[in-house]
Design a binder for this molecule. Structure first.
Ligand code: CMC
Length: 393
């Protein structure tokens, strides 16, 4: 091919150098800035992880408080931005609303357009991390037909998110600490995953120097697809379709049949060929949450466990190293928290936002940064002459 390599899906192309996230797919290792995901998921808060991803080191107490305040300061969205939601049909998919409304933030913040200034980049980072839950909460309320709930800054980041989803004007809403911790942990597990499709999209869009909110909106669009962040929603659709434990073997056969488009959603990963360390953590949390919330005998969980057992004992999945990924169990936790499946990918997007932002900031400060511009292998017609319409057969 002369001066470039043909690499569909970029599975063997490194697009950048990065200090942020390390993955060893064979060993099932995931590190954020050197820290194992297992330790962060157990001990850290989501905002602590967000600051770690953006600044590179774990914050001390003062630094974390300052970061927390910087985020809290920006949780409100302009009232006119809320009007956008009225334009969406009542059954609009929340990812469509999120992608559109996050992109529209670019119309509100012209001061951040000068992204050559690192202070402006940081301000954009604070704004977007702060406003994602507020926009998500508004999309949720639009979806369920209830009045919007404003952010309450005395709550934690995740407590505030839960409050904006579930508080109603006529009722008291008390945040369940188990739900709050489980959701915070899920956000941590989703916070970064090096050059996945949505992050690469943010980097590619950002490499043109576009507005940061527009770049993050493009990340939301890429995340939505069922092969990426949309897989958590697809897992629950699949479990509903399978229906009963007895039907599992039939669906396993369908997944193996190359003439059948059906795939086991929540199985397989481009990089992890041993196991997904995030899935191991989530599986444990899933059982804890279901026990705590008193839904331990959820039939869909039973179905998921049986599906996993049968698949992991089947040569097809073993030979191809197809294991449950992060999305296999996350949907079951979300469901136990009372969140409809259409909304799952929005939660993934909130979690991934610090990663997108950290990668965007790293890219802009990289002296080797150039506009992203892959090449192609042209397979179309050779040069030919235009034929006037009246002479075409
Ligand atoms: N069910 C059945 N067969 C599968 C599956 C599956 N879920 N995943 C891969 N395979 C087969 C595939 O048919 C191929 O078989 P063969 O070698 O005989 O042609 C082989 O395994 C390799 O698969 P691939 O499609 O070349 O792998 P990929 O790296 O291009 O795709 C993937 C990775 C995640 C898109 C894919 O495994 C998949 O579609 N999984 C289901 C969707 C899913 O759970 N996505 C969430 C990914 S994790 C969260 C995130 O990071 O977004």
């Amino acid at each position: 091919l002369g001066y470039f390599t043909y690499d569909p899906g970029y599975s063997t192309s490194g697009s950048c150098q990065s200090d942020i996230t390390y993955i060893d797919g064979d060993q099932g290792v995931l590190l954020y800035r050197g820290y194992p995901i297992e330790q962060l998921a157990e001990h850290a808060s989501f905002l602590e992880v967000a600051r770690l991803l953006i600044h590179g080191d774990l914050p001390n107490k003062n630094e974390l408080e300052a970061f927390d305040q910087a985020i809290t300061h920006h949780t409100m969205v302009n009232e006119s931005l809320r009007i956008f939601f009225n334009g969406f049909h009542y059954n609009a998919h929340p990812m469509a609303m999120l992608t559109g409304v996050v992109g529209s933030l670019s119309a509100f913040y012209h001061d951040t357009i000068d992204i050559t200034d690192p202070e402006n980049r940081l301000l954009s980072a604070h704004r977007i991390i702060a406003k994602m839950p507020t926009i998500a909460g508004a999309a949720f309320k639009h979806m369920v037909g209830e009045p919007f709930v404003h952010p309450l800054n005395r709550l934690s980041y995740t407590g505030n998110l839960l409050n904006m989803l579930f508080a109603r004007p006529s009722e008291d809403y008390e945040i369940n600490p188990v739900a709050e911790r489980a959701l915070d942990q899920l956000l941590i597990l989703h916070a970064d995953h090096e050059q996945n499709a949505s992050t690469s999209t943010v980097r590619l869009a950002g490499s043109t120097g576009t507005n940061p909110f527009a770049a993050i909106s493009s990340g939301c669009a890429a995340l939505w697809g069922p092969a990426h962040g949309g897989a958590n929603e697809a897992v629950l659709r699949m479990l509903s379709e399978i229906g009963t434990v007895e039907a599992v073997p039939k669906y396993i056969e369908k997944a193996k049949d190359k003439n059948d488009p059906f795939r086991l959603m929540g199985f397989g990963h481009r990089v992890y060929k041993n196991y997904d360390p995030r899935a191991t953590i989530i599986r444990k949390t899933c059982h804890e949450v279901l026990d705590e919330l008193g839904v331990g005998n959820d039939p869909q969980l039973e179905l998921a466990i049986r599906l996993e057992e049968i698949a992991l004992a089947d040569d097809y999945f073993v030979e191809r190293k197809l294991y449950p990924n992060v999305d296999f169990y996350s949907g079951i936790i979300y469901r136990a928290l009372g969140i409809p499946k259409e909304f799952f990918t929005v939660l993934f997007a909130i979690g991934r936002t610090p990663g997108w932002i950290a990668q965007w900031m790293e890219m802009l400060s990289d002296p080797e940064q150039r506009i992203g511009r892959p090449r192609q292998l042209y397979t179309g017609a050779a040069r030919r002459d235009y034929v006037p319409l009246h002479r075409r057969g």
